[in-house]
Design a protein around this ligand. Structure first.
Ligand code: SAM
Length: 276
């Protein structure tokens, strides 16, 4: 059998298929194959693994994931990208499935048999909503094994922030109460075509054991209430939450503290008390 012809450089793929970046779809493409291979290495060994990718676009990260040995299911909203992705699928027979859909509408557990990783250079406009959706899995551990996600640097900082830092908030707690969350690499804005206004970073999240006795919805409500008034003391903001002040007392947390000083473990203790 003859070898398939080599894949064209991504710049040519973009030109051939007229993939001018659509701002509304958060299209900032990555074309540097070395950088893409480094991103595809973040989840660890992918040989024989399944990967879910949001927004493959012209297929740079998709190709790096396939080259790392993964079987990829990708969901892309922009149908202009489909012919380019079909070329890629021809190159990796049986290894790439593309779904033309809005990623927010995808019910992941239905899509995969067995474990899978999630990897994406996320569109900025839906990145946080998707992360929160994946973190809110009603079953834990979730169906996914890891998340490797590109965010604006400022959002990435919020995901991994520790209590006491200015970036610490709701997203930090929702990410860290049942995941290990790490900053895997910073990505300069010039790595993208077109370059976005801000810097980016890849975060890597892996599920850990979920603390017992905590209703995830209660934790979401508690953090929402506490951080909606970030500068207020806890006893002020939690007044509106039934049982809020009692939970503070039971947890031995000084009501004069501000939410950004309260650790993830302390929020978990509060949520457990409110869930009881
Ligand atoms: N993966 C490519 C790369 O790294 O060069 C493209 C990344 S670009 C930042 C984001 C991609 O997500 C675009 O291809 C865009 O069309 C797609 N996209 C935007 N909103 C989407 C949504 N709701 N569902 C699925 N794909 C979406």
């Amino acid at each position: 059998m003859s070898e398939p012809s080599p894949l064209p450089p991504l710049r040519e793929v973009i030109k051939k298929h007229g993939l001018t970046a659509n701002k509304a779809l958060g299209q900032n493409f990555l074309l540097d194959t070395q950088l893409l291979s480094r991103i595809a290495a973040v989840p660890g060994e992918l040989q024989g693994s399944q990967v879910f990718e949001v927004g493959p676009g012209p297929g740079g990260l998709t190709q790096a994931l396939l080259q790392a040995g993964a079987k990829v299911t990708a969901v892309e909203r922009d149908e202009r990208c489909l012919p380019a992705l079909a070329d890629l699928a021809d190159h990796f027979p049986g290894k790439l499935k593309v779904i033309n859909e809005d990623a927010l509408k995808i019910n992941l557990p239905e899509l995969f048999e067995g474990p899978f990783h999630i990897a994406s250079n996320l569109p900025y406009n839906v990145g946080s909503a998707l992360l929160i959706k994946w973190l809110s899995s009603p079953t834990w551990p979730p169906a996914w094994q890891s998340l490797t996600l590109m965010f604006q640097r400022e959002v990435a900082d919020r995901i991994v922030a520790e209590a006491g830092s200015s970036a610490y908030g709701r997203l930090s707690i929702l990410a860290q109460w049942r995941c290990d969350a790490k900053l895997a690499m910073s990505v300069h804005r010039s790595a993208f075509t077109p370059p976005p206004k801000v810097m980016s970073a890849i975060v890597h999240l892996t599920p850990k054991a979920q603390p017992e006795g905590v209703d995830p919805e209660m934790l979401a409500k508690l953090t929402q209430t506490a951080f909606s008034q970030r500068r207020k003391m806890l006893r002020q903001s939690l007044k509106g939450l039934p049982g809020g002040l009692d939970a503070l007392k039971a947890a031995g947390i000084d009501g004069a503290r501000r939410p950004e000083t309260v650790s993830v473990d302390e929020f978990v203790t509060l949520a457990r008390s409110l869930s009881a």
